[in-house]
Design a protein around this ligand. Sequence first.
Ligand SMILES: Nc1ncnc2c1ncn2[C@@H]1O[C@H](COP(=O)(O)OP(=O)(O)O)[C@@H](O)[C@H]1O
Ligand SMILES: [Mg+2]
Length: 247
Amino acid sequence: MKMLETFDLSVEFSGFKAISDLNFSLDQGEVRVILGPNGAGKTTLMDLITGKTKPTSGKVVFRGTDITGMDPHGIARLGVGRKFQGPNLFDNMTVFENLEVALQGNHTLFKALAFKKKKALVDRIYEVLARVSLERKANHVAVNLSHGEKQWLEMGMILAQDPELIVLDEPTTGMTADETFKTGELIQTLFKGRSVLVIEHDMAFVRQIARVVTVLHQGKFLAQGTLQEIEQNQRVQEVYLKEGSHA
Ligand SMILES: Nc1ncnc2c1ncn2[C@@H]1O[C@H](COP(=O)(O)OP(=O)(O)O)[C@@H](O)[C@H]1O
Ligand SMILES: [Mg+2]
């Protein structure tokens, strides 16, 4: 079964088609990168998948369930976790508290708390903190973390919610080369076995994490293949030459 499929998906903003008749699919356990110049519709595609934006026409299917038009909470509850572009933490709360909030969105565990008090929650928080190497910063206020640590904490918060599909919008923006590499490793270890859709433009990072890359242009499918195939694709080269190299 496919983890995610879109069928002739389109959205119009005052007559402008930001996504146009897009047919896309992602396998279970696959890490896929979405490339495309600025304004290609990459973030809009994520908005459509996660329910933030409702399509004008077409369908979004998650694990065989039609989720078209469902609200973001409903889609999240079905098992879709999203990381927006840039840090989105509760700045004045500690690392531990940020994870606590993320976990209390997990209904199953929240119910279990009534019986096992807070033990299950605290154990789970430390388990996730260990996986993003932040145990020693559990009581630090989030605002004091480095840029990389903030992004990794957010990835931990997504993991805590145990989603099957994870959607990340430019997770390495503003990172050093070392932080970027570590983020690639985290995606591979932290989210192992899950399906991941990543918008990204750092080519070293794309090479590190993805086997298949999908390129969008003006809201439409442009090309798909290995990074090597994409780099040699004439239509892709034309688009990037015309519009500059930034994704
Ligand atoms: N809510 C919206 N209202 C109007 N136009 C929008 C909206 N969201 C996106 N767009 C437009 O759709 C196009 C695609 O935007 P976006 O998905 O953010 O591109 P990308 O993430 O690939 O850079 C852009 O021209 C953008 O201005
Ligand atoms: Mg974007």
